[in-house]
Design a binder for this molecule. Structure first.
Ligand code: BF8
Length: 655
């Protein structure tokens, strides 16, 4: 008999998969069994961009390719397998960049509405960050009001999307050497939309047919995400909703409550979630919930919206990407309110087996069979009140088949780039100096960003846990965002106590002295721009080289699935950081394209891609890379000498 595959490393998830099967509800784990990945598309060897195809250009498996094989391995238009592979890859990067970019654009326009007083209920929360942004962008402060300054900042940011020439303003944040490299390689992005549009044009039938040239444009497009769309979204969200600071919360399906109206907000753009937080906890809605027999209204988050609400308000997190339908399966969820990105259409099918109402709210993202209640940010309070009321009204429709898993784990989140600065350096001497010093003296070996999604093609949350544990055991400080941050939080890695349990002695001693977990939650996927800022701050603080590519740092997405993850990986690589992806690799069918991304990019960008599905091996690739960088910086010997005597411990405590 075939061994039953364990689908998740998370008990709550396993329990709900079981319940779904008992209830006859289909979820993503079932669909992944019946719908297997297409091996041709999966390796990037299918070209479907025109109607002369689709053309399949796979290399023969299990034997050497002959000249005759190669001659036949060609698109009808004559496109080579390399062109086809690179086109497919660049289109994915463009889609990821477009998604983050569209989020950033909507946020910039919303920011302008707030500044102009056209979005009642919202205001500027972080004045300090607004003024810093104004100074950086050359906006006059003088005796102008915050709103006047914000209008000018907002207009500059909105213009970044349609900018046709020159360079994105935030490129100037990068180390000088990196900026020069981008210019030399011709990949400094002009604007955000233009790079995405050009990527789509270049990859159209019969346009750019030089795979190397295509891949460089992929870098340019992705840089318009990391240093453009995503960075703009993060910065403006911080000004309006507040810059995250450490906050305690809990995570996993156990945060749902049996005796309250449960509402989950799922998606990405925080303006809706921010207002629901206010509306749902107001006395009027609590009273209304009581009138329907509930004790109150319980709000929780899912996916990146969860990260946004968690980082700024400590709202509990119900789970990550693969748990969205399982929240419905509890039978205790009145409403799942969604906006854009990473929302499974399967939610509607699952919800048909229970009483849960799936409410779509965004004109860009509707789902057949769901209830559409448009969220109008100009009338946000009334919009969200109607949504919360609909959830409360649904409480009476709950069936008897309710089972909420017990699992919920304590966590600390809220480690924005600014917060790390304060925590390490103190309010009056905020800096990354102590981090750099601890890297130089070897207590911290290096820093790794472990980010991205879940993917049902591998055991849910398992690769993240294995990788992160291995990294911190080897004294690598881990920064996380997105669904991988949630996986670590569920596993208990985001509490200060995790340092003594899991981290190597050097990293643990620093975490204990500063009072931080060994794994830091930096936010949603757009907040990977915070990781770029953290890396830049490390360079600027000195002692670790003069470009991001000199730092002993590495990146990874061990369970990725989305095009946004590829865009993120590409801008991290283009910014000079070695990055390893797990699960599958979208150009794996083409050796030339892989070699270019996995080897030649290192020469050109000082950062390259790698693919390694084994999370422990992948962690060791990252550690090897970190050690190589330490050696190049001449700080490899310091690590060998680290012995923790009392004087060193006292010195650490003084940090
Ligand atoms: O942007 S990590 S599954 S939720 S794509 Fe999606 Fe992936 Fe989760 Fe957020 Ni990011």
């Amino acid at each position: 008999m075939a061994k039953k595959e364990i689908k998740s490393a998370d008990q709550a998830t396993l329990e709900m998969i079981e319940k779904a099967s008992q209830d006859g509800a289909r979820v993503v784990f079932d669909r992944a069994e019946t719908t297997k990945p297409c091996p041709i598309g999966g390796e990037g060897s299918c070209c479907s961009i025109c109607a002369m195809g689709p053309c399949r250009v796979m290399a023969p498996k299990g034997r050497e390719e002959t000249a005759e094989d190669r001659r036949k391995r060609i698109g009808v238009c004559g496109a080579t397998p390399e062109t086809i592979s690179a086109r497919n890859f660049v289109r994915k990067v463009a889609a990821g960049t477009a998604s983050h970019g569209d989020h950033g654009r909507v946020m910039a326009r919303f920011f302008l509405s707030v500044a102009r007083g056209e979005a009642p209920g919202y205001q500027i929360k972080d004045e300090q960050k607004l003024l810093q942004l104004a100074l950086e962008l050359g906006v006059t402060i003088g005796d102008r009001s915050n709103e006047e300054i914000a209008v000018e900042v907002g207009e500059l940011m909105v213009n970044e999307f349609g900018r046709q020439e020159g360079e994105l303003l935030f490129l100037k944040r990068a180390p000088l050497k990196r900026q020069e490299l981008w210019r030399k390689l011709g990949v400094a992005p002009r604007g955000i939309d233009i790079e995405v549009a050009e990527a789509m044009h270049r990859t159209h039938m019969g346009t750019d047919q030089d795979f190397q040239d295509l891949l460089h444009h992929g870098v340019r497009t992705a840089l318009a995400d990391g240093w453009g769309g995503s960075m703009i979204a993060t910065e403006l969200q911080d000004v309006i909703f507040g810059t995250p600071a450490p906050v305690f919360s809990q995570i996993n399906l156990g945060v749902l409550k049996e005796d309250e109206v449960n509402i989950i907000i799922h998606g990405h753009e925080p303006q809706l979630a921010e207002m629901i937080t206010v509306t749902a906890q107001g006395p009027e809605m609590i009273e209304y919930a009581r009138s329907k027999g509930a004790k109150g209204v319980n709000l929780a988050g899912m996916c990146c919206t969860a990260n946004e609400m968690l980082m700024r308000h400590g709202v509990p997190v119900a789970g990550n990407f693969l748990q969205q339908e399982l929240a419905v399966v509890t039978g205790a969820l009145e409403t799942m309110v969604v906006d854009v990105q990473c929302i499974m259409q399967g939610l509607v099918d699952t919800a048909n087996c229970y009483h849960t109402k799936i409410i779509t709210t965004n004109p860009r993202a509707k789902i057949q069979g769901a209830t559409y209640m448009e969220f109008d940010e100009h009338n946000a309070f009334e919009s969200t009140k109607a949504i919360v009321k609909a959830a409360i009204d649904n409480f009476v429709n709950r069936g008897k088949n309710i089972r909420i898993p017990k699992q919920k784990t304590d966590m600390i989140a809220g480690f924005s780039h600014e917060t790390i600065n304060y925590l390490l350096g103190g309010l009056f001497r905020a800096s990354y100096r102590p981090l750099n010093d601890n890297i130089i003296n070897g207590r911290i070996r290096g820093v790794a960003g472990v980010v991205g999604c879940n993917n049902p093609r591998i055991m849910h949350d398992s690769a993240n846990f294995a990788m992160v544990k291995e990294l911190i055991k080897n004294d690598v400080l881990v920064l996380q965002t997105g669904c991988m941050a949630m996986a670590s939080a569920k596993a208990g890695l985001m509490t200060p106590e995790a340092a003594s349990e899991y981290a190597g002695e050097g990293l643990a001693s620093v975490c204990e002295a500063v009072g931080i977990p060994p794994v830091l939650h930096m936010g949603a996927c757009i907040d990977n721009s915070r990781i770029l800022m953290a890396a830049t701050a490390m360079v600027k603080d000195g002692g670790l080289g003069d470009d991001i590519s000199d730092l002993p740092v590495a990146g990874a997405a061990p369970e990725w699935m989305s095009e946004k993850a590829l865009a993120i990986g590409q801008y991290i690589v283009g910014s000079g950081i070695f990055t390893v992806f797990g699960v599958t690799w979208p150009t794996s069918g083409n050796k030339e394209v892989c070699d270019y991304l996995f080897k030649d990019f290192q020469e050109m960008y000082g950062g390259m891609w790698a693919f390694e599905p084994d999370p422990i091996k992948a962690a060791h690739l990252m550690i090897e890379h970190i050690d190589k960088k330490r050696k190049a910086l001449g700080i490899d010997k310091a690590r060998e000498r680290v012995l923790y005597d009392m004087a060193m411990r006292r010195e650490l405590e003084a940090v």
